[in-house]
Design a protein around this ligand. Structure first.
Ligand SMILES: C[S@@+](CC[C@H](N)C(=O)[O-])C[C@H]1O[C@@H](n2cnc3c(N)ncnc32)[C@H](O)[C@@H]1O
Length: 311
């Protein structure tokens, strides 16, 4: 279908923590190129439900499903709809779930998908190929809304200046391509010593907004927690601080630690909920120097895992 490929990040660590067992039922919420899925299917004689919102990923996965007859079930949809998708499939309980968040190399490396500021392509960025594209967003939202998106989802300090330049420029000519948008951002933000392209943060912000990524993660974690049987494990790999913050907060709350709860402050303890999970990773696991050398995408990856307690 395409000449692209995806090297899974922290795959062996994720599968070791998931600990698939024979006859178990598992969920891979972010199927992508199927690297995690294949490893789960190899690790045990289990059944795997795999979700991806990208129809291309589901199409590509057909070959893997054929290689594991009756064991891999591919579902096109969003992780914020896990409850609905699993109910419709008749799945009542899970023995474990993994999420390897963000975009795959199939998406980011393909200029036609419009995620990349390195290669020119249509300004799209939709993982699921439906809904509002990045072009529609930058050509229509108000200047202040655009600035908020860049600040909130890209942690871009120059958000107001960039938003103003984008809105000034779109009055003359609407944005249609990634190179066009990246050029305008680079004309406003000079490169700093880090060597990171000045368009990086804004592109991340737009991608998150277009795909509503953060609200999807929150919904997915909450819904999955309710599907897990006692002993079932939840493993999440995130790629930037906004994702990791959501995962970390979810882990703390699910483990009964509640944000801001301190055992030195009895009043704060009263609000802490009974733990539903025990944490398997105190600090997040990160990729080894060797993995980062082989796959620079692994540089920012953080893995957190927890185990469902008996109700
Ligand atoms: C990093 S890749 C996963 C790679 C996979 N673990 C592998 O080994 O090939 C992330 C995948 O998750 C999908 N995805 C991201 N957010 C999603 C969401 N909210 N709902 C459904 N799929 C999502 C993307 O389309 C992408 O294919």
């Amino acid at each position: 279908m395409s000449g692209f490929s995806h090297i899974p990040v922290l795959r062996d660590e994720a599968i070791a923590l998931l600990k698939p067992r024979d006859a178990g039922v598992y969920l891979d919420g972010t199927f992508g190129g199927g690297g995690y899925a294949r490893a789960i299917l190899e690790a045990a004689q289990c059944t795997l439900w795999a979700i991806d919102r990208d129809p291309d990923a589901i199409l590509r996965g057909a070959a893997l499903a054929a290689a594991y007859p009756g064991r891999l079930h591919l579902v096109e949809g969003r992780i914020s709809e896990i409850l609905q998708l699993l109910n419709a499939a008749g799945v009542e309980k899970l023995d474990g779930a993994v999420f390897d968040l963000g975009v795959s190399s199939y998406q980011i490396d393909d200029p036609a998908r419009g995620f990349s500021f390195r290669a020119d392509g249509p300004l799209d960025m939709r993982m699921g190929k439906t809904g509002i594209s990045a072009a529609m967003l930058v050509n229509t939202v108000s200047e202040s809304e655009l600035a908020d998106i860049l600040y909130e989802f890209g942690e871009e300090k120059a958000s107001r200046r960039i938003a103003k330049s984008i809105v000034d420029r779109r009055r003359e000519k609407k944005f249609a391509t990634t190179a066009d948008l990246a050029g305008v951002i680079r004309s406003v933000v000079r490169p700093d010593k880090s060597g990171i392209d000045p368009a990086t943060r804004s592109f991340q912000a737009l991608r998150i907004a277009v795909n509503e990524e953060l609200t999807d993660i929150e919904a997915a974690l909450a819904q999955t927690a309710d599907f897990l049987s006692p002993g079932g494990r939840l493993v999440v790999v995130s790629f930037h601080s906004l994702e990791d913050r959501i995962v970390k907060r979810f882990c703390s709350a699910a483990a009964g630690r509640g944000v801001g709860v301190s055992r030195h402050d009895p009043a704060s303890m009263q609000d802490a909920k009974a733990p539903k999970f025990r944490l398997l990773t105190g600090s997040p696991r990160t990729a080894s120097a060797e993995e980062i050398r082989r796959n620079p995408r692994a540089r920012s990856a953080k893995l957190r895992a927890m185990e469902r307690l008996a109700a």
